[in-house]
Design a protein around this ligand. Structure first.
Ligand SMILES: *Cc1c(COP(=O)(O)O)cnc(C)c1O
Length: 384
């Protein structure tokens, strides 16, 4: 029997249906990529700021509405380079509610993460908590636009200006998001973004730093190329963070499709929200004010009024071949390498400590079918 013919309410409760993952990478038709490969084979230019790299930087600046972008091999290296280029020292206030790369980049640069609690509505660092964490050693704030939801950028800027702190945004989730009519990437001293396979816009692996002046971009570009200023001089202990021509060319093809990907995500997002809105015990995402979203994730909270706890629902879904994800559980601050830090205590992070036990991200990606959505919804709504 063809999978399409199996009714989702049939005998077996669809435990024999194909796996649904939390995400699936978006790929353009292969045909569209071939001419780019032919060009690379002709030119023999594989990397080092080649023509596709330059074209992608230009195209992304236009698409994202930013002035300066430096492509990287991935977002984690970009984040490490961003901290380096701003010469961040000492303590950095950050969120425990993120992917581990956010804090790992601090440790890699010998910086001390100081965890600050999150806002229960946006899941982002709570600006009212930041000030309490500032000490004489604080030099920067590393915030995350979690799920692409904009941080309280205006309040964070006020605090940063008052205490002379740098601000870096980990905007790994925020491709294409605009806030108050302009790119969210315009905020902070620098923003970093990810083009990893699981993100809204992917180049297989990839990332970038968004800066706001030509001088900073130049320093970033030197830093990602071993520190080379010219053929014979090196001005810093740089790293190799360069994006290859293959990834850059692929990015140019992806960019032609990304509006469609986001529009498809939006439809799926709305469909879930519509079908789940009356289920007791679920907190669904609300549209965010003044924001054009990218629908990269579908985070819902499972509270006491739901008939199962979060982990039981997670397990029930797995039993039905539905692979949702508990982003972000555990908190970064709960990981063994971070838990000894004073600010990692649960007492310091009450909101994040509740959210991490209630959060579940449902499968969302452009190729997810209506039947897939129905399967997920039915698994959540059925009490057996
Ligand atoms: C994906 C992700 C990263 C890392 O991006 P890579 O391109 O895989 O290095 C960093 N921060 C957050 C919040 C992420 O989700």
């Amino acid at each position: 029997m063809n999978n399409q013919d199996k009714k989702i309410d049939g005998v077996g409760y669809y435990s024999d249906l194909p796996n649904i993952y939390v995400t699936k990478p978006d790929l353009p038709p292969l045909d569209e990529f071939i001419p780019y490969l032919e060009e690379i084979w002709d030119s023999k230019i594989l990397t080092n700021n080649g023509p596709f790299h330059q074209q992608l930087e230009k195209a992304l600046c236009e698409y994202l509405g930013v002035e300066f972008i430096s492509l990287f091999t991935n977002c984690t290296i970009a984040l490490m380079a961003a901290l380096k280029v701003l010469e961040i020292k000492g303590e950095v206030i950050t969120t425990p509610y993120s992917f581990v790369a956010t804090s790992n980049a601090l440790i890699w640069n010998n910086l001390q993460p100081v965890f600050s609690d999150i806002d229960e509505n946006t899941f982002n660092i709570d600006p009212n908590e930041i000030e309490k964490s500032i000490t004489a050693n604080t030099t920067a704030i590393l915030a995350v636009h979690c799920y692409g939801y904009p941080c309280a950028v205006d309040k964070i800027k006020k605090i940063a200006d008052k205490y002379k702190l740098k601000v870096i945004y980990d905007a790994a989730h925020a491709f294409g998001v605009s806030y108050q009519g302009e790119s969210i990437l315009k905020h902070g001293d620098l923003s970093v973004i990810s083009f990893h396979a699981t993100k809204v816009f992917n180049t297989f692996e990839g990332g970038a730093i968004i800066s706001h002046d030509a001088k900073t971009k130049k320093r970033i570009d030197e830093l990602k190329n071993f520190g080379f200023v010219n053929e014979t001089s090196i001005n810093s202990a740089g790293i190799n963070g360069k994006m290859s021509e293959l990834n850059s060319a692929f990015g140019l093809v992806q960019l032609k499709h990304v509006d469609k990907y986001i529009a498809q995500r939006k439809l799926i997002y709305k469909s879930y929200c519509d079908k789940l809105k009356n289920v007791p015990g679920l907190t669904l995402p609300n549209p965010i004010e003044n924001t054009s979203e990218n629908y990269s994730y579908l985070p819902i909270l499972i509270n006491e009024k739901y008939h199962l706890d979060r982990d039981s629902l997670y397990k029930k879904m797995r039993d039905k071949n539905i692979y949702s994800r508990r982003y972000f559980y555990p908190l970064i601050s709960d990981l063994e390498i971070y838990e000894k830090i004073t600010s990692a205590s649960k007492k310091n992070l009450p909101i994040a400590s509740i959210i991490k036990d209630q959060i579940i991200c449902l499968p969302i990606y452009p190729a997810l079918t209506n039947d897939d959505v129905l399967r997920v919804v039915e698994c959540i709504t059925r009490e057996d």
